[in-house]
Design a protein around this ligand. Sequence first.
Ligand SMILES: Cc1ncc(COP(=O)(O)O)c(C=O)c1O
Length: 399
Amino acid sequence: VTGTEGRVAGRVAAMRPSMLRELVAAAGTRPLLTLAGGVPPPEAFPFDALADAAGQLLASGDAGVLQYAPTEGDPGLVDLLVADVERRVGITGAGGRVVVTAGSQQALDLVAKVLLDPGDVAVVECPTYVGALRAIAAYEPRIVGVPVDADGMDVDALSQMLDDGLRPKLCYVVANFSNPSGATLSAKRRCRLAALGAEHGFLVIEDDPYGQLRFRGEDVPAIAAEDGADVLYLGSFSKTVAPGLRVGYAVAPPWLVRPLVVAKQATDLTSSSFNQRLVAALLETPGWLDRHVTGLRRLYGERASALAVAMDTHLAGRLAPNRPDGGMFTWAAITDGPVDAVTLAAACMAHDVAIVPGTEFAVDGGFERDVRLSFSVLSPAELDEAMRRVAAAFDELLG
Ligand SMILES: Cc1ncc(COP(=O)(O)O)c(C=O)c1O
């Protein structure tokens, strides 16, 4: 952020703008095929179910639908969430530990606000979700990245850092189908991470917006379900219902509930009562969410496969993708020529296709030869055309 010297706080100077915004300005003339954002496509939105629920809520004349809700969340929704995280995630005793938030993004801001003094250490998996990096960085900690491999965060590397004297206050992971790497943290590493948190006194933040979107393999038990784990579990309805509702939630360890609630009071008093009631209405309808999510898994599974086939057809030897078991992202290494990811993304944009360079997800540099591709938005035919355009961008760069 420039041109604001002396007017805005020092921490603003360190805030990085989104590279994607700048790339979009360089788009060509055809409709843009975007693999940039991890967003649901319009066909994933449950318009009818939401219209029914909204009509009924407003017709009910119940003032609670439009009144301020308790900061912790609408009591009806909170009860449903307590039951849902027990059934689905294996978190027992969540009563009194739930805080409904404006998406999990708000929970990330709140937890960073209540835990971090300037100079404290925050550990993140690396590459990591940019929104988490930005939320955490605003409180001026020292952010330390731990490398990720096919089994998620390298917990042995973290253990070594702890042995070498690192004293983090928190450790952020997306254990299921991570953004951006697509990797899933192995069961063994989850246990180990929970144990390291307990032993060294840091909070594990388990951000799980994608866990329900598994299209291959078996669920892995949540870190928050480990006995004695000091974990902040974050859930969201952004990817399973609609991000525009801005309904997410945190299940916090008992000591952290009150600070989060007090911080949220200062931020926005409460999340939207109406939207919380909408989500509650969907959760209350027997079998509705399970059916809806089954459809989403099929949709994203088909698209992930279509992207893999398209990359194999058009980009073999140029991009080496991984094979996520769920979620919305494939991470791919550039394997051809002296091409870096930022240059490739810019060349792709000139061919009207948007991908994100790996550098966006870095803590201290790196990922110059990696890119993130989201398969959530485009149809199989569009994914094929998009990879054809990426191949044309490569042809141009390599002469
Ligand atoms: C890993 C991760 N966490 C959190 C979020 C924010 O989601 P929400 O809409 O719930 O704020 C996203 C959104 O893309 C995400 O990918």
